[in-house]
Every structure is written in C-alpha cells, then in structure tokens.
Design a protein around this ligand. Sequence first.
Ligand code: FES
Ligand SMILES: [Fe+2]
Length: 445
Amino acid sequence: MLQEQIPDLAKYVEPDRVRREVYTDPGIFELEMQRIHERVWIYCGHESQVPKAGDYYTVQIGRQPMLMVRGADGTIHVLYNRCPHRGNMMCGDRKGNAGDFFRCSYHAWTFQHDGKVRSIPMMESGYAGTRYGKDNPDCSMKRAARVENYRGFVFASLAKDGPTLAEFLGASKVAFDDMCDRAPEGEVEIVPNCFRVIQHSNWKIFLENQLDALHPSVTHQSTGRAAHEVEKMIAAKAKKQRGGNAAPLSYHMLSAFATVTIDKWDAFQTLNYPHGHCILTGYMGLRPQDPDTLAYDKIMIQKYGQQRFEEIVGVNIHHVLIYPGLSVQSPLQQLRAVRPLGVDRTLTEIWHFRLKGAPEAIYRRSLAYYNLVNSPATLVNADDLENFWKCHQGLSSDGGDWVTFGRHLGRDIEKNGVVETAPNCGTSEAPMRNQMKAWAEYMRG
Ligand code: FES
Ligand SMILES: [Fe+2]
C-alpha cells in the first residue's frame, strides 16, 4: 500500500537525510500507525499499575484504545477497550477496578478479565437461532494479538506474527535490567501517576531528540548557567566561612547542562542496534559520596556482594531509546512513553519508578530529577518543547525539503549489525540515521 501511495520510498529516505513529508503528511502518518505502531511491541505499562484482580489501566497503542487488566489468576491481559455488541467503549476512566468482571454500561453484556463474554442479558430469548452467543468469539472483547512482560514491564503487539519481545528488545533490554538491578529487591514499582504532555509536533521529532547529544549544552544552556551560578555562589560562601555545605545535588542535575559543554559531549558514545534502538553512554555521574548514597551502597553490597554491586552501579548508561515508543533513563528510574495522536500531535507520558528496598532519600533524588529535568514544569522540558514545535513549523513550510543527519557520517564503526560511534564522535547523528533506517524497513513491510 505504501508503494502505491509513495511510489518510490527511496526518494523519501536516504542514509543521511529524510524528506520533510515524512513528518508532516497525514497519509504517511496513517501508514506509520498500521505498519509500525500497530505491529511492533509497544509498552503498555508496569505490572504494579494493576496490582489487584480487576485493576485496569487504559493505554493507546497506535490508533487503538486498549486496556491492560489483571485477571484473578494474576495474569495481565491487554484488550481493545471496546464492547463487541455495539462498539461502546468499555472503560471510560483512565484507570480503575472492574470488579469480578467488566460490565458494559450500554446494555450490560459482561466479560471476564481476559475479555471472554460472560453473560448477555436474556440471551436465550434474544439470540436463540442467531449466530450470536457465548461460543462465538466475535461476542468477546478482542485481545491484543500478543502480550509479554519483561521484568514487570508489560508490552503488547497487535500483530500475530513477528519477533518475540526478547528478540525485539535485543540489547535494549538493558534499560529494564539496569533499572531493576539497582533495586536491592531486584524490582521496581511504579509511582502511581505520570506527567502527560501533548507536543504539537510529529512523534519522530521527540525520539530523535532523546539521543541528540549535540543539543543539551545549547538548548538547555540558560538553565544550566543559572544553576551553576548558584552553585558557585554557595561554594564561595562556604570557602569564605571555612565550612558549610555545597549546593544541593539538584543544582548539579541542572548545572551539568552548562558545565558539560558542547565539545565534551563528543566524549560520550552511542550504540545503535537493529529495530532503531539505541543507547547513549556516559552517564552524568550522580554517584556522590553523601550519607544517603553510602547508606544505599551498604544495602546493595549486603544484598549482592561487592563484586556484583560494582557491576550494577558501573553500568554506563545515560539513555536507552527503544524505537518507536520508549525512552528510558534507567539510572534515574524514569521512562517516557510516546503515543502519537496525529501527524502533528504527540502525547508523552513521563513515568518514574521506585527502587524496591532502597532508602527513601534515593527515591527523593530520582524524584528531584523527574521534577527538575523531565517534568513539564521545568525549563529543561520547556526548552525542548519549544524546539519540537518550531521544528514542526519549519518542516511544514516550503523553506526546504530535507531534514539532514550528516554529522560524523562515514565515521561509524559497524560490528555484527551494531553501529558504534567512533571515539570522540558522541555527537554523531548515527541514532537518527539508525531510527530512519528502521522506519524505512518497517514501512517497506
Ligand atoms: S454496546 Fe455494550 S452491551 Fe451493548
Ligand atoms: Fe533536551
């Protein structure tokens, strides 16, 4: 179908540039939903969002309204949020508890947690001799074709065929391993609500920004500078008084945007994997020797032993991008799920997690990062959002036909299907090239 609508896909995607219509054409957006988002593994939510039988949480996969629900036997199901009778939405609330079964608000058909029809009012008198009844699968709520869970993170695919979740994630599963391994109990639990931001830009613009190491020290410079000024002031005061505290760690979270200058970002590295996934290494270094961190370290060493502890906290990740719908910052227990709403509208859900068994102060630290860097209330996020909107405006104009990804082109090192950026090429646009390569593969079907 794509070939009919876009006779020559190669005209739209080249290894180092992409036509602007890829971001702005509503027809291409519809095909992306069919060929990418409604086929591949999409993150639905964390199992701790639905702890009890009957708990449900609604989620958008591509254009499809879905719900994730816990059954009485503990299994998590993912169903289309639609009644098979006359199409009524089953759950109008974002989340809740369905009780022992779902009951449609329109004509009271009821369904088990796995979607199977349970009762139809006056079924015998109403449907005798028709094709409708409990044995007809069309009378049950439709289920996502496939559901899998990796370390508590629930994914669904709306396509019957395709790679397993483990095959799809490949090396990017380190995002969940890194997050869970940092918990003394080996697992995380969700903090019950998230920030939701609707961006007035195409979904791919957000994803391209996630591993764009060239932008932080430019886009977020003013925020970083302001925080660094305060840090310097506090340090000078402490020096003068021959004592006193350094600035709180939260200032460091922001000042890094100014102190890690543009040239330093080249020292980081990206690792680009099949399916468009990518890892940005070179974590900013939030391993201070304050009493809270030391208390956490002690618990971890007791639990895992010194050697395993060093391995766990030594994992060098800043960001993992799981194409096409997830951006994970595992050392800080945060993730952003991307839900395209239209060619120029994208919902991001910004979630964070608690390390089970870790001291409260460690949670507070990740919460500070969540609020200071990833929340819609911070200048950091606002700076990004402004760029996203402006990019979409520019791409909607006739000012040029191409988006270019040429930085450090030709310097990448390819090993067994993994593209690594060369030493001192961390600001390479390899992640964007890798994402568009995956995009073209999916779109070709
Ligand atoms: S639409 Fe659901 S019972 Fe009729
Ligand atoms: Fe940014």
